[in-house]
Write a protein that binds this ligand. Structure first.
Ligand code: ATP
Ligand code: MG
Length: 402
């Protein structure tokens, strides 16, 4: 074992001035959730850096999880050394020996935030570089493309040594921008929309509309599996499953076929709005992309969006399908989304949905249904499931959460 800690460099957090403590604290909590299974580690935060003390855990195992957490610009497994220069030299040598540096090229790069340290960056590069050259056979310097780069961070409390820098996911810590409801279908787009909005610091709870027996238990499982992937970013993910069969059947009975899609979407949005209000979120996120399908023309959005004035965030609105698919592949949701089970919308999709639905017509057709009562019933029947980054599912009554 070469390293005893992981040093984390913040992303955009570091530009947030006064709010920095709030951002850092969010990141620390998110890390605690995500790294929950590593019982021995200790997380410590200061203004510019976070440290995970490994206490015997392998850093490589933790690295894969860290790479998914927003708010991290980069991280490195490090050895923490006292500021005694002899000890720094010795530790640098130990690292190089363990990395079997003989025959390789290297360079030393020092960063010094402790300006009172008696050696400046050039002196340190020189002192450590020459110590390594003297003690390791056929090691040579290459400042442009070295095999090994010894990075030295001189901080107030100690000096940190590493030969690895791993890129983080960037963005802002989940929760630092507030909470929103994600309308999560089993499709490709909405998990990607969820991921991108979490990247900007939103904490999400999902709402999924489910129409048994037209949609199967396996289509519900698909959504829970998508939730598990998203939980890898946030540590935990709450999914509200809305029973939607009765409403869809009523829409089929009372609404002309070419308007069923528009009315269905308006009902979904009203119910999501209700749940949003009860969960004290401030926005709704969808996977809509302009012009992709009939429900996503500007006219459709105009007519569907009428039922709420809550901000609707559409991270994919300007993205091409291929680019969305690339992100889905990257975040490992594509294969789950591609499972064939039907979603409640696909089952009831009309052959010729209206691509330019009018608000007046929507009002007229909704006049035939007592939708207030239906919405109330659907919201009361919500089943809330908490999905963790691991495999466990916790089920709770909706009312428990208030
Ligand atoms: P997706 O790939 O996310 O399913 P899509 O391309 O199939 O999107 P639509 O079916 O028009 O497009 O759905 C648009 C958006 O409406 C979805 O991205 C999602 O946010 C929401 N939505 C659709 N179906 C459901 C559902 N069953 N439950 C919750 N939200 C849904
Ligand atoms: Mg869909």
């Amino acid at each position: 074992m070469i390293y005893d800690q992981i040093l984390i460099r913040y992303g955009e957090i570091s530009t947030k001035g006064k709010n920095r403590t709030f951002f850092v604290d969010k990141l620390r909590r998110n890390l605690k959730y995500v790294l929950n299974e590593y019982k021995n580690i200790k997380i410590r935060a200061d203004r510019d850096r976070m440290y995970i003390q490994l206490n015997g855990e392998e850093w490589e195992n933790i690295a894969g999880k860290l790479q998914k957490v927003f708010g991290i610009q980069s991280f490195s497994p490090v050895v923490k050394v006292s500021k005694d220069i002899e000890q720094v030299k010795e530790q640098a040598l130990i690292i190089f020996q363990k990395l079997q540096a003989s025959g390789k090229t290297f360079k030393v790069s020092t960063k010094r935030s402790d300006k009172e340290y008696p050696y400046d960056t050039n002196e340190l590069n020189y002192l450590l570089g020459s110590h390594l050259l003297q003690n390791i056979d056929s090691l040579t310097v290459d400042v442009h493309h070295p095999d090994l780069e010894l990075k030295v961070e001189v901080r107030k409390d100690a000096i940190y040594l590493t030969c690895e820098v791993i890129k983080g996911a960037g963005g802002m810590p989940v929760g630092s921008s507030g909470k929103a409801m994600l309308m999560l279908s089993g499709g490709i787009d909405s998990p990607v929309a969820g991921y991108l909005s979490m990247k900007r610091g939103l904490k999400l709870e999902a709402v999924h509309f489910y129409s048994p027996p037209f949609t199967s238990e396996r289509s519900k499982q698909k959504v829970l599996d998508l939730g598990k992937k998203l939980a890898q970013v946030s540590g935990q993910f709450i999914i509200h499953i809305v029973p939607f069969t009765e409403i869809q059947q009523l829409i089929q009975e009372h609404v002309p076929e070419n308007y069923t899609m528009t009315i269905t979407r308006r009902m979904m949005l009203r119910i999501t709005e209700e749940i949003r209000h009860r969960q004290e979120a401030l926005a709704i996120v969808t996977g809509e992309s302009l012009g992709q399908v009939a429900s996503q023309t500007l006219e459709s959005m105009f007519t569907i969006n009428e039922v709420t004035n809550t901000p609707i965030i559409r991270p994919l609105v300007t993205m091409d399908k291929n680019d969305i698919i690339d992100v889905a592949r990257e975040i490992d949701t594509l294969e789950i989304s591609n499972r064939p089970y039907e979603d409640c919308c696909t089952v009831f999709t009309p052959a010729q949905p209206k691509t330019k639905p009018k608000r007046e017509n929507a009002h007229k057709y909704e006049g035939y249904m007592d939708f207030e009562a239906l919405i109330k019933k659907a919201v009361e029947g919500v089943e809330t499931i908490i999905v963790n980054a691991g495999d466990s599912l916790e089920q709770s009554e909706f009312s428990d959460l208030f």
